[in-house]
Design a protein around this ligand. Structure first.
Ligand code: ADP
Ligand code: MG
Length: 694
């Protein structure tokens, strides 16, 4: 009997009466394959048909059910067919029901004198309140009973009508096992939250006196109970993965750190206290004989690269190799230039590998990586490709983690430690992830924060201007360049195919060149050859160019401290994280910088909020929190990249306050009842775990 199986919810939906092959397929196309999937297909709202509201008492915007007699019905045509039905009741008021789509058979139901029960949201119309497309039914002579529960409205499924869906969910709920079979949270840990069974029954069939406002907001204790369990399962799964990884051995780098000390002494600046602290954390991790799993978060310009370089020296000093991978070629090139500049003088051999490195150069790089003579290797995704094998990879550093998936990070890990040792992993991200999200997305990583900028930076002043003010900017650029400063002009388009954007950048480049005869203008975009790009970037960095016209290829990592003015075209099309990254290209030197966000009116509400946020703050964490609130975690992190958006019930923004409780629960469960923890993961994430194989 299925109830004896550990997960009763795993029974396929075809075991439900009324689910044939076709319905099963339609449900499956929305990810609903098991009983449990239906249990967790939660209502998106509720309709209260447990009572009747006198028509006189209706209020605009408040959904209600009324019952009355048709006083008149009229078909008309106002650009399209319309059917208007006047409904009156004992309260002496009349309500207008208005239909735009209707069949002849329907019209017949509205003969004057017919009794109707209708549900909908009244709005003010020309002649008092009206409801457009109410749900309704014609009542015969007999008294019709009222519903006893709030009626759930489920997210629609194509090809499965709402009535059938409701019926199927009700049947699935009949098969909901008792607490003894379903409940996994030990009573001692559960506290006073409802049981899973009670919570599910409540959200599907709330009683008439339920707090509809809380249910609609998703904050009812029954909903929170479900969210807690789901968040718990995800958290446990990430932790489990981490534990599995840390069962492997890694090389312990226990040297004195002489190379790191020499690097630090050779820098033209002193490390900030935050850099020092984070490096110390990394160094402690690297001394351990198990793999480090550490995320370093630091706002744009906080100086993560040098911390990575210092970490790399610890591997090198112990005779291992370090690899640094960046998501774009431009960024990887800059890292390579920085690391080479710092490490070569110390006698460390560096190598460069990107997709465009080919022929002899590629063969040489691969050989140096394989025989270990390349001690520090910098590159793009190319580092993860087949055919790249390290002799002794001891430290894998990934910059801009959120642009890589978890899988890619892991792929680099597998690139060859020696003798079954796994490399340590250091992940760096410049797009601060809201703390709440970081805790969930990176439960498998320790987190360090470089929460301080190097001294002497002045905050960037940001303004948003309509595109018609473009001409003034040309004057500003002229003035800035005349004063020995440099500027960026960033071109963006909706169509972000490289080719179209490159063309737009090309024509902007030509216009600006013509408009600014005294200024040397450069152009960089994604379709240029690496060597060309590099030459332009170098010329800009050396000050030979005053203005750099660029696509968003300069979004991350580009570091030219003398650049103090940035213009971003079509800024309304960019997300907050991207705008913040772009703006981070200025404000790196001592002089006051500004960022001008040009937009095409009219602005959508979201775009206006984004631009306002950019004007109000330079703090990456604040921006990340706003971004999360505006967009939700799915878009922020990318579903495919992290799997984090695949929550069924939980919502990280709404449920953020539950996380501390969830983490404490995870801790205790893992310690006291690891078997239960496994079952929770199995229930919510199951064999489909995107991480399971990691
Ligand atoms: P990010 O954290 O955005 O990757 P970078 O590593 O590119 O920042 O560093 C930004 C700039 O600050 C670089 O020019 C770097 O050399 C410089 N820098 C890093 N640390 C310090 C420091 N402690 N003092 C002064 N400048 C620093
Ligand atoms: Mg960086």
């Amino acid at each position: 009997m299925t109830a004896a199986s550990p997960e009763p919810g795993r029974a396929p939906l075809t075991t439900l009466p009324g689910v044939g092959a076709q319905t099963a397929q339609r449900l499956a196309s929305r990810g609903l394959a098991t009983l449990q999937d239906l249990w967790l297909h939660l209502p998106r709202q509720y309709e209260d048909r447990t009572r009747l509201t006198p028509i006189r008492d209706l209020r605009p915007g408040v959904p209600a059910q009324v019952e009355g007699v048709v006083e008149a019905a009229e078909r008309g045509f106002r650009g399209r067919p319309v059917l208007r039905v006047a409904l009156g009741d004992a309260s002496g008021a009349t309500l207008l029901l208005r239909f735009f789509h209707f069949r002849a058979a329907q019209v017949a139901q509205f003969a004057p004198g017919a009794r109707l029960r209708a549900y909908g949201t009244p709005r003010p119309g020309q002649h008092g309140l009206e409801i457009v497309h109410p749900s309704y039914r014609a009542l015969g002579g007999a008294e019709a009973a009222l519903e006893e529960q709030l009626e759930p409205v489920y997210p629609q499924i194509e090809g499965v009508g709402p009535v059938l869906l409701r019926k199927l969910i009700a049947r699935a709920l009949e098969r909901l096992p008792g607490d003894d079979a379903l409940e996994l949270l030990p009573p001692a840990l559960r506290g006073d939250v409802p049981s899973l069974r009670a919570a599910l029954l409540y959200v599907h069939r709330p009683p008439p006196d339920a707090d509809l406002a809380a249910l609609s907001a998703g904050t009812h204790p029954a909903q929170q109970r479900l969210a807690i369990e789901e968040l718990l399962a995800h958290h446990l799964s990430l932790r489990r993965q981490r534990i599995a990884l840390q069962r492997h051995a890694a090389p312990a780098f226990g040297g004195a750190g002489a190379l790191a000390a020499r690097l630090e002494a050779s820098l033209p600046f002193a490390l900030t206290a935050a850099q020092r602290r984070v490096f110390a954390q990394v160094r402690d991790d690297l001394r351990q004989p198990r793999p480090m799993l550490r995320l370093v978060q630091g706002d744009v310009g906080s100086g993560k690269t040098v911390v990575a370089a210092l970490a790399a020296t610890l591997a090198v000093e112990s005779g291992a190799q370090a690899a640094l991978m960046a998501p774009t070629e431009l960024l990887a090139e800059q890292h390579f230039a920085s690391l080479q500049g710092w490490l070569r003088p110390l006698g460390v051999e560096t190598a460069w590998l990107a997709g465009k490195v080919s022929g002899k150069a590629r063969a040489r790089a691969l050989e140096a990586i394989a025989d270990g003579s390349a001690q520090v290797v910098v590159g793009t995704h190319a580092l993860m490709q087949e055919g790249v094998a390290f002799r002794r990879l001891g430290l894998a550093i990934v910059d801009e983690q959120h642009r890589f998936g978890v899988h890619q990070r892991l792929a680099l890990r597998d690139k060859g430690g020696d003798g079954g040792l796994l490399p340590h992993q250091l992940v760096m991200t410049a797009t601060p992830i809201p703390r709440t999200l970081a805790m969930s997305a990176y439960a498998d990583l320790d987190v360090s924060a470089i929460d301080e900028l190097p001294p002497g930076r002045t905050p960037v002043r940001t303004v948003a201007l309509g595109a018609h003010r473009r001409p003034e900017l040309v004057d500003r650029i002229r003035a800035a360049c005349a004063g020995g400063r440099q500027a960026y002009w960033v071109c963006t388009l909706i169509d972000d195919s490289d080719e179209v954007v490159a063309q737009a950048a090309q024509s902007t480049y030509e216009q600006l060149q013509a408009a600014l005869p005294g200024v040397r203008v450069g152009l960089v975009h994604g379709r240029m050859k690496a060597a060309e790009k590099q030459a332009v970037m170098r010329a800009f960095k050396d000050g030979a160019l005053g203005l750099l016209v660029a696509t968003t290829v300069i979004e991350v990592g580009v570091d030219v401290p003398n650049a103090s003015l940035m213009v971003v075209e079509n800024a309304e099309r960019l997300g907050l994280a991207q705008l913040h990254q772009l703006r981070g290209r200025v404000g790196r030197g001592a002089s006051a910088s500004s960022c001008v966000l040009l937009y095409q009116p009219p602005l959508s509400r979201l775009a206006r909020e984004r631009l306002a946020t950019m004007r109000e703050t330079n703090d990456g964490f604040v921006i990340a929190e706003r971004d999360l609130a505006l967009r939700g975690p799915g878009e922020l992190l990318g579903t495919r990249q992290t799997g984090i958006a695949s929550f069924r019930v939980a919502d990280l923004v709404r449920d953020a306050a539950l996380l501390p409780q969830v983490h404490a629960l995870a801790e205790r469960l893992q310690a006291d009842a690891p078997g239960v923890a496994d079952r929770l993961v199995e229930r919510w994430i199951g064999g489909a775990s995107r991480y399971a194989a990691a």
